[in-house]
Design a protein around this ligand. Structure first.
Ligand code: HEC
Ligand code: HEC
Length: 293
């Protein structure tokens, strides 16, 4: 074999070896990140004291659960992408969890065995009151069992790579401060403080400062989340009525429609007047950021 070919063969062999080692490393590290157990115990919330089932249903919908698990709780396929994987939201109607196991899933993003759950944005609810979470659990316990044999989660090569290099991007339990203490109850009133509490529901997509940008986990075709700060490029031109119209009817002040596949306004249409007015007070109070989204 001519010398140059021999050198090329060695280089190619080394490259193949490096790729094989990298693939093995990504599988090993992502596997260990998926199987890590977090030392967190669920709170045994008082479900028996929940009596207002209409309010329980409203909370299940308006806090965003129905958007991924369905109004009937049957779950479904959220994403089916060869690179990221097939992500399934659990069928909640046939789960047999204790209140503490439900609490661990909702507030901490952990399965009963302490391993991290995929995608579900538990950071939104880690500080939601015991009273609210108890209502949501009580509502889930009323679901009629639905046959919905969902295939197991399948994580694709890009999903594996993300979990190996930045586990918090797909496993929210890695980014949550599990020591945060949730209040027993919150005062529902038109105040900036209560508006910030409700505003937690918006931050997963619109960002912690609500200045908008690409939505984490969405593909390149998805619209970015809008800038909700009181700036020119944000919603400075909105009135409180405009905020109500965007959340209740999914329309912008110029009459254009918000796509419910990306902006889950049908869930937020169940926010009550106090919650939306408090949100308005909060959105008026935050820093104006110029950001063309
Ligand atoms: C963005 C989508 C999304 C939203 C919103 C969401 N979930 Fe989930 N949920 C998921 C996915 C995905 C799983 C499966 C996670 C896994 O198997 O790793 C899941 C799993 C669960 C589980 C089962 C946990 C387990 O041990 O397997 C429960 C219980 C649950 N969700 C309750 C809720 C409740 C209550 C809400 C609202 C407060 C909610 N979810 C909102 C996506 C979501
Ligand atoms: C799952 C992601 C997601 C969540 C959660 C979310 N949004 Fe959005 N929102 C979007 C996206 C994406 C857009 C842009 C939609 C489009 O361009 O059609 C948007 C647009 C908007 C707009 C329109 C702004 C404009 O351009 O005039 C308003 C108002 C809004 N969201 C308010 C909220 C509020 C308030 C919350 C919390 C209660 C919230 N959103 C939660 C994704 C989200």
């Amino acid at each position: 074999m001519p010398k140059v070919l021999r050198v090329l063969a060695i280089v190619a062999g080394v490259l193949v070896g490096v790729v094989v080692i990298a693939v093995i490393a990504v599988f090993a590290i992502s596997g260990s990140n998926l199987n890590r157990t977090f030392e967190v115990t669920g709170d045994d919330l008082d479900i028996a004291s929940v009596t207002d089932m209409e309010e329980a249903e409203r909370l299940y919908i308006s806090r965003g659960c129905a958007g991924c698990h369905g109004a009937d709780g049957a779950g479904g396929i959220l994403a089916d992408d060869p690179a990221i994987g097939r992500i399934v939201s659990t069928n909640l109607t046939t789960l047999d969890y204790t209140p503490a196991e439900y609490e661990l899933a909702i507030r901490h993003g952990l399965h009963p065995d302490g391993t991290p759950m995929l995608i579900m944005p538990s950071e939104d609810w880690i500080t939601y009151s015991d009273e609210e979470i108890a209502h949501i659990i009580a509502y889930m316990e009323t679901f009629e069992p639905v046959e919905n044999d969902l295939t197991a989660q399948q994580i694709g090569p890009l999903g594996r790579f993300l979990i190996a290099t930045d586990p918090g991007s797909l496993l929210p339990a890695y980014t949550i401060d599990h020591s945060l203490e949730a209040p027993a109850t919150v005062e529902a009133e038109v105040s900036v403080v209560y508006g910030e509490y409700i505003g937690q529901l918006c931050m997963g997509c619109h960002g912690d400062n609500l200045a908008g940008g690409p939505v984490p986990g969405e593909g390149p075709d998805a619209p970015p989340a809008s800038n909700l700060t009181p700036s020119e490029s944000g919603i400075a031109a909105y009135t409180e009525e405009d905020l109500f119209a965007s959340l209740r009817e999914g329309i912008r002040p110029d009459g254009s429609a918000l796509d419910p596949a990306y902006m889950p306004w049908p869930s937020f249409s169940q926010l009550n007047d106090t919650e939306i007015s408090a949100l308005w007070a909060y959105l008026q109070s935050i820093d104006a950021v110029e950001n063309e989204y």
